[in-house]
Design a protein around this ligand. Structure first.
Ligand code: BGC
Length: 618
């Protein structure tokens, strides 16, 4: 278990001294070498590079640009296109599922793989998916807490194990690459993707990034592991006012000290891919930021894997400048495929993009395909299907839920709740809805407000553990003042990406810094009326709940726990004590999050309600 919060000194060491050393090293390297540091190649590496040389020598420009193209299986291609356009990668994210059940998914990806292998050079496909908290695109998979909860566990070993389980369930559905982990450092809780990241702490994120990459990839060549992607490079969580894809204006030193170390850690662990970010950095589009991609990431940091665009990154962020900046593979979706393939072909013909750049990109893509053993083992393993949502996987996810819960306030011996309490009233729709408890990127991109297969709700967990009466007051009517305890669930409804931003252009109105009125009423209906009041907040980020904390006897930040709701019940009932610690500073007032950045441990001008690392036990 790794702990960073107990010692301020350690935080200081990590946040200032280490990054400074890194900065000095970077500056030194930047001035003395633009190329990747000389590495001692193993025999196996040499063999792979020779194979790549031979393949590259045979490839036409069309085949090379094909390798650089990534498409969706249902929308961007028609039958035969994988072969005729020499596609290098296919993804599944939102939209129609690839088939009926896991066997149907495997059949679809087998079919596409066969098509790729039928080409003259028989280069296998990379098959990517946004499995960001379990294989969350497959209804019935084990869904872990989102990264914010995993950050709260402070348990790197657990993050590694969760990633290994995710990898297995991803492989079981026929895919071999995940766009995870997100290793952003969020600076403002208004950002709609705070929950995708582990923490505002650079050091904690660094530890979790390492663990996640190790867990997903194993040795990369291992069977039943997948290639990981560190994202979004760089500055995604540090945009001004927390706007998804907005401008990141941290100065250069801050970027190197605070945002870059988790990437360095991921690269050291051999992460296979890195995804470019939607934001600008110092007014330059990150997708076209040659200094950060080619010079820093590939040059100074020695990253030899694939740099991938984000969604439609080619047409949105500079077309061929994206390639010249060092991006190797293009998410050519939503109509971008012809634009990309034709545009790059023309740019090579005119000399705007050099052949060396194309060869470097294709070399990196082929390198990972060789490292993953895809040429020998391109097809899914049907024996893995039984592991999807397996009991052992769910046990691990339940452990993650238990360890992710942060007890913010505890008074009047409200916890643990006695299992034999005469009467417990459970309040709020979040108590009995696995979609709401799982957040965005669950079954669909934006998540669901309904139950989904295989998941257990928190209410079900409470009902199965309590030996006395449990009543469910979904709408907070306040009809059960005779209960010993009211367990009141409040929080956010699922969102993903810009939809979840608070008060920005595309954000949905329902996302607020505070609880909505209905949820405030749930608490008003019971606070001071008899029962002890335990409030559980289900949210992707800290919210301003100072008044509600005052009203409660105990207040729990449960984040987005995922499919194993009974893990919450196990801690409320005292089978386990709380161990989670805040991965973020917690704001005390709306004003705290309205500025460029919210409270965070780099900046003592905004005093948080609770500091990073806060977390009580009963
Ligand atoms: C997101 C990425 C994601 C990609 C593919 C983008 O909109 O920013 O995080 O991996 O879509 O679904």
């Amino acid at each position: 278990m790794s702990v960073f919060w107990n010692s301020k000194r350690k935080v200081y060491w990590s946040t200032f001294t280490r990054p400074l050393l890194f900065l000095v090293l970077c500056l030194f390297c930047a001035s003395s070498c633009q190329e990747a540091p000389e590495e001692i190649m193993t025999d196996q590496d040499q063999e792979i590079e020779q194979k790549i040389d031979s393949l590259l020598a045979l490839m036409t420009l069309e085949e090379k640009i094909g390798q650089m193209s990534q498409v969706r299986h249902f929308a961007d291609i028609e039958e035969g296109d994988v072969a005729s356009k020499f596609i290098g990668s296919v993804i599944h994210t939102d939209g129609p599922t690839p088939g009926e059940g896991a066997a149907g998914w495997q059949a679809k990806f087998t079919e596409l793989q066969e098509e790729a292998l039928s080409t003259r050079l028989g280069i296998p496909l990379l098959l990517g998916v946004d499995a960001v908290h379990g294989q969350n695109t497959f209804a019935g998979a084990t869904i872990f807490p989102h990264n914010i909860g995993m950050g709260a566990t402070g348990n790197a070993q657990l993050v590694e194990e969760a990633a290994a389980i995710t990898a297995k369930e991803v492989q079981a559905t026929g895919l071999n690459w995940t766009f995870s982990p997100c290793i952003a450092i969020p600076y403002n809780d208004r950002w709609g993707r705070v929950y995708e990241a582990f923490s505002e702490s650079t050091e904690l994120t660094e530890q979790m990034a390492r663990a996640s990459v190790r867990g997903h990839q194993g040795e990369l060549s291992d069977q039943h592991t997948v290639m990981a992607t560190a994202k979004h490079y760089i500055g995604d969580g540090a945009t001004d006012y927390g706007k998804e894809g907005g401008p990141t204006t941290l100065d250069r030193k801050e970027v190197f000290e605070r945002l870059l170390p988790p990437y360095r850690a991921a690269v050291e662990e051999g992460v296979g891919a890195i995804m470019a970010s939607f934001n600008t950095l110092h007014d330059i589009l990150m997708h076209s930021h040659k200094e950060m991609i080619t010079d820093t990431l590939k040059g100074v940091m020695g990253f030899d894997g694939i740099v991938l665009t984000d969604w439609k990154g080619y047409s949105r962020f500079g077309e061929n400048d994206v390639i010249n900046a060092g991006v190797d593979m293009v998410m050519a979706v939503d109509g971008d495929l012809p634009k990309f393939q034709e545009g790059l072909t023309k740019a090579v013909a005119s000399g705007y993009v050099k052949m060396d750049r194309i060869d470097d990109a294709v070399r990196r893509i082929l390198r990972q395909k060789f490292r993953m053993g895809l040429f020998e083992n391109p097809f899914p393993d049907s024996t893995l299907i039984a592991s999807i949502g397996a009991a052992a996987h769910r046990d691990k996810a339940r452990q993650a839920v238990r360890e992710s819960l942060v007890l913010l306030k505890h008074e009047n011996n409200a916890l643990p709740i006695a299992k034999d309490s005469r009467k417990i009233v459970v309040v709020g729709e979040h108590a009995n809805n696995s979609g709401l408890q799982s957040g965005g990127w669950t079954v669909t991109w934006q998540g669901k407000a309904e139950n989904y297969p295989g998941a257990t709700t928190i209410l079900e967990g409470i009902q199965s553990q309590a030996t006395g009466e449990v009543v469910y007051d979904a709408d907070g009517t306040g009809e059960h003042h005779d209960a010993d305890v009211a367990v009141i669930f409040v929080g956010e409804t699922p969102y993903a990406e810009f939809f979840g931003d608070i008060q920005h252009d595309h954000s949905r109105d329902e996302y607020l810094y505070t609880l909505n009125e209905t949820h405030q009423q749930y608490i008003n209906a019971y606070a001071g009326k008899g029962p002890k009041v335990v409030v559980v907040l289900i949210s992707g980020r800290p919210l301003v709940v100072t008044e509600q904390i005052d009203q409660s006897d105990a207040f729990v930040a449960a984040w987005l726990p995922g499919s194993e709701g009974d893990g919450v019940a196990e801690v409320l009932f005292g089978d386990h004590n709380f161990s989670g610690k805040l991965p973020h500073s917690w704001p005390k007032a709306v004003e705290d999050v309205q500025g460029r950045f919210g409270p965070n441990y780099w900046d003592d001008s905004i005093e948080p309600l609770y500091e990073l690392g806060h977390g009580l036990k009963w």
